[in-house]
Design a protein. Structure first.
Length: 371
């Protein structure tokens, strides 16, 4: 059986090859390719750092597989909450957290307690391409560093609300793939048996955890990066995919102009296909985007009417005119935040745009009924 690729996946061979090559070079640490991948988000490499050091990759651990491993515990929610509350009052406990706001503001924090009394706290701002896992790992790493440098001869409990972090640290292979997890393991190997890591449910009215969450958000709001992190290959692929889609949009816009097609040329069909699959555009919007709206200009080309004029008096009543300037649809058009964009993906309020297209189709249907 032949499977037709989705329209959103169609890309000229030269653009697709360039995207694949840039993704691969970025994963290998090529600074130029990294810049290309990050530029789509308006990001740049940190000055003074070699691009090869910026990419997250597998690095072997210097210890043998039978060496004592990190102690991690993930209990049931209520049990974990009760244990955290008890440990907060009776033991040495550190609560850590990470924060990501709008995919670019990233932060991490830790709060140190001795029998319920806060004795130390700190927070950091990470690179804008850091993931939530990077943030959570940094919080745990800084907690371990604080213990090693300050109180390595005591027993400590580190609490995090990220099960993903604990699952990474519980596996030797996963630890080798994450630089911060690797550093956590190597630091803990200096004080074996002194530290255990536990999961604490987030947003469960534990004051210490809420305090860490508050500081992590504060770190994310800082202006300057204070703790740089590596870029994951998965993030690079996502960024490079966006670069490819932007290149494809430009290619399609230029190609469509050269074809002289009557289809509405300020929409990008591949982007529309993706939105249609997600259910974010309606049948009316689909008809408008693909040029099936019975506008006077369209009916004139088909020989149905004798003039392409719009009822408002405009000489050409095509889709562009109705969506951008026709006074008959001004009220519906004003509801679209930021106006009708060049690309459908740039819409800020797709619901309002769908309503505009519905109003357009209703107006055209009513007009046809009057002919």
């Amino acid at each position: 059986m032949t499977v037709t690729p989705p329209l959103e996946r169609i890309m000229p061979a030269d653009l697709e090859l360039g995207t694949i090559a840039a993704t691969r070079l970025a994963a290998l640490g090529c600074a130029k390719a990294l810049d290309q991948s990050l530029s789509v988000k308006g990001l740049t490499l940190f000055e003074g750092r070699d691009g090869g050091d910026m990419v997250q990759r597998w690095r072997g651990l210097p210890t043998q597989p039978w060496h004592p491993w990190v102690t991690t515990t993930i209990s049931e929610r209520e049990e974990a909450k009760n244990y955290a509350l008890e440990a907060l009052q009776t033991k040495n406990a550190i609560f850590t957290d990470g924060s990501v706001v709008k995919d670019v503001k990233t932060g991490a924090a830790l709060v140190v307690y001795r029998e319920g009394v806060e004795v130390y706290s700190n927070f950091w701002k990470l690179s804008p391409y850091a993931t939530i896992t990077d943030c959570e790992l940094l919080g745990v790493l800084e907690a371990v560093r604080w213990i090693v440098s300050t109180a390595g001869d005591e027993a400590w409990e580190i609490f995090t609300d990220s099960q993903a972090v604990l699952k990474i640290l519980s596996s030797r292979s996963s630890t080798a793939r994450w630089d911060k997890a690797r550093q956590i393991y190597l630091s803990l190997s200096e004080i074996p048996g002194r530290v255990s890591l536990r999961w604490v449910p987030g947003h469960s009215s534990i004051s210490a955890n809420e305090r860490a969450d508050e500081l992590a958000a504060k770190g994310a709001s800082m202006r300057e990066v204070s703790a740089e992190t590596e870029i994951s290959v998965r993030t690079l692929r996502r960024y490079q995919g966006e670069v490819g889609r932007l290149s494809l949009r430009k290619w399609w816009s230029d190609k469509r102009a050269s074809l002289g097609t009557s289809v509405n040329d300020f929409f990008y069909c591949a982007s529309h296909a993706r939105l249609w699959i997600r259910g974010e555009v309606t049948a009316a919007s689909s008809a408008v985007v693909f040029g099936r709206a019975p506008t006077p200009a369209h009916l004139y080309r088909c020989g149905v009417v004798n003039s392409p004029e719009c009822d408002c008096g405009a000489p050409v009543g095509n889709t562009r005119h109705y969506l951008l300037s026709c006074p008959l649809l001004e009220q519906a058009r004003n509801r679209v935040k930021g106006g009708v964009p060049y690309h459908l993906y740039d819409l800020k309020r797709r619901k309002s745009f769908n309503q505009l297209c519905s109003a357009l189709m209703q107006s055209l249907d009513a007009r046809r009924g009057l002919l």
